[in-house]
Ligand binder design. Structure first.
Ligand SMILES: [Fe+2]
Length: 244
């Protein structure tokens, strides 16, 4: 298998066209796509720590969810220089599938939806981000699943009592902005995502939306673990986790 075969596979699984406008997805660093692929490193973030580990483990491809850079930069100095130096000197191909991996079939949002066994599932947003559906069970059942599979100690904003069998919205990563809380309060009873701020918590209480922050990291790593297993199964190459 070559690097280009991996890229072809991942772009069929999570087409780049699914990414939200302005997102930075696809090949981030690298040129030699005809290189043989024996080992993939998978991570949530292309942090300096992860890139150093990728070098130590001699991975051919570093596959991350978050891209190397979100905003355009004009200078390659400091940490970004250090990252590029390692990647280029060791010829590590960096490839990211971000919002396209959140949105796609069997991607990170579908992973959360299946975890809770949601019924009558729909996209939370028209662009494919998030899922909303019926959770069959009590709020305690829901919390038990969350604590077992996502985060031992999630932040729970219990704005009101929740009846058995409720509308649950899930969104992997950063989903708890004030505008998101307002939007979801009209679509669901309970909303699970990450990155809750003080102001969003207050707004959720005012709107009567029950919010669970199971962290940006845990709501995304849950699905990434499934992607890792799928890559091992389908590609037959070694895949090692570098930050989960
Ligand atoms: Fe994220």
């Amino acid at each position: 298998m070559y690097v280009c075969d991996f890229i072809r596979f991942i772009e069929e699984f999570a087409p780049k066209e699914l990414a939200i406008e302005g997102d930075n997805v696809g090949l981030q660093v690298g040129d030699n796509l005809e290189k043989e692929l024996n080992r993939i490193g998978i991570a949530l973030d292309p942090s300096l720590h992860v890139i150093k580990k990728a070098k130590d483990f001699e991975v051919d491809v570093l596959f991350t969810h978050h891209p190397l850079l979100k905003d355009p930069i004009r200078n390659f100095t400091g940490v970004i220089y250090k990252k590029l130096k390692i990647l280029m000197e060791d010829d590590i191909i960096l490839y990211s599938a971000h919002t396209n991996l959140d949105v796609c079939k069997n991607g990170l949002n579908d992973a959360l939806s299946s975890l809770y066994g949601l019924k009558d599932v729909e996209y939370l947003y028209d662009n494919g981000l998030g899922r909303v559906g019926l959770f069959e069970g009590s709020f305690e059942d829901f919390l038990k699943i969350t604590k077992t599979f996502l985060h031992k100690n999630p932040v729970v904003v219990k704005s009101r009592d929740v009846d058995e069998n409720f509308k649950l919205a899930v969104l992997s990563g950063y989903g708890l902005s004030q505008s998101a809380v307002k939007y979801v309060s009209e679509k669901a009873d309970v909303y699970l995502s990450g990155d809750l701020t003080h102001h969003s918590k207050i707004l959720a209480e005012e709107l009567g939306l029950v919010v669970i922050d199971a962290t940006h990291y845990s709501t995304e790593v849950y699905g990434l673990k499934k992607i890792k297993d799928m890559l091992i199964d389908k590609l037959g190459v070694e895949v090692i986790s570098l930050d989960f």
